[in-house]
Design a protein around this ligand. Structure first.
Ligand code: PMV
Length: 331
């Protein structure tokens, strides 16, 4: 049995603007997905998923085309999960030159699904790593990031940046601008607090909405560029370890994302709860529309305030995780 884990992420700055060539700074968080693989002696895949905020499911496929599983969870969720896992296995087969390899796969994750925390990227990165290692091949973190990006790109119909997959593979704080991805040296310890409304946003629709605004209004295009300026200022604040400045820039970034129409009442409510609890800053993370906010707070106040905020289903602390994908010992 071979197990790998990879972290989820928050966007400290720059989601949406990154789609138009501005830089973004995602940060890995101490919430992981773990994928365990056991090679089979046939070509099939059997997948067990636990804790994916759906009731867990087991599917076997890879036989006849109509060999579809009988499962008790919504089909689109299963199909999406199967798409990512299928893609990860294809990449591992390709990397290890083992096109016929089959696996029993178990996926466990403590990252809420589809909520802006990079759950699918973490599953794909950990899945490729576990499956290639099981086949006797070791990939570098950069190779894993690139192969995981190919999977996300395909499953998400070309609407994926390299942010989630690179961040999950490398850990720490990273900077992504188009195909240029790098790890930022020595980031300060970032005291993230995350609020989750239990929902999810439709990334494709939200990206399309921003694109339409940007095409219609010059000031919307300026807003996207202003987000790029925030990211550039944020990089300096990160280098200086200036957490207070990072918080102010996060507040500004949230305001601009709101102006671009990608926030939601639940997200704004959680952001305001964090601000009123004296967080250093707070913003939505990821595509928006629903899902998560991220705040910076060294004290317990924001966590406590979010726990009492209507519409916040879960609040948790998750510090910056400097470790990217890693092999897990056999349990
Ligand atoms: O919700 P997430 O974590 O998949 O983030 C989407 C971020 C966007 O910038 C809106 C799109 C992208 O692929 O970068």
């Amino acid at each position: 049995m071979t197990t790998s884990s990879a972290p989820g992420k928050v966007y400290l700055f720059g989601e949406h603007a990154v789609v138009y060539g501005e830089p973004a700074v995602p940060c890995a968080i101490e919430r992981r997905a773990r994928v365990t693989v056991e090679p089979r002696d046939d070509h099939r895949l059997r997948v067990r998923a636990k804790d994916l905020t759906l009731d867990g499911f087991t599917v076997t496929w890879g036989g006849d085309a109509d060999d579809r599983p009988d499962v008790n969870v919504p089909t689109p969720l299963v199909e999406a999960a199967m798409g990512y896992i299928d893609g990860a296995v294809e990449q591992a087969r390709d990397a290890a030159d083992a096109p016929e390899a089959g696996f029993d796969i178990t996926v466990e994750s403590d990252i809420p699904l589809g909520a802006g925390l990079g759950s699918s990227a973490a599953v794909v990165v950990a899945g490729i790593d576990a499956a290639t290692r099981a086949l006797g091949t070791d990939l570098t973190s950069e190779e894993l990031a690139d192969r995981a990006y190919q999977v996300e790109h395909e499953v998400q119909d070309g609407e994926a940046s390299r942010a989630d997959t690179f961040c999950s593979a490398m850990g720490g704080a990273v900077r992504v601008q188009g195909d240029d991805c790098r790890r930022l040296a020595d980031p300060p310890n970032l005291p993230f607090v995350i609020g989750y409304d239990g929902g999810t946003g439709d990334t494709g629709e939200l990206v399309a909405g921003v694109r339409a605004l940007k095409e219609e209004y010059g000031f919307a295009a300026d807003t996207v560029e202003a987000i790029g300026d925030i990211v550039r200022n944020g990089e300096v604040a990160l280098r200086n370890g200036d957490i207070e400045e990072l918080g102010r820039l996060m507040d500004f970034n949230h305001g601009l994302l709101s102006a671009l129409g990608v926030s939601a009442r639940t997200l704004d409510t959680m952001v305001w709860a964090a601000r009123e609890a004296d967080a250093l800053g707070a913003k939505l993370t990821g595509a928006g529309g629903g899902g998560c906010i991220v705040a910076l707070d060294r004290t317990e106040q924001t966590h406590t305030a979010l726990e009492y905020t209507p519409g916040c289903e879960e609040a948790f602390r998750a510090e910056l995780d400097t470790e990217g994908v890693k092999a897990e010992p056999e349990s």
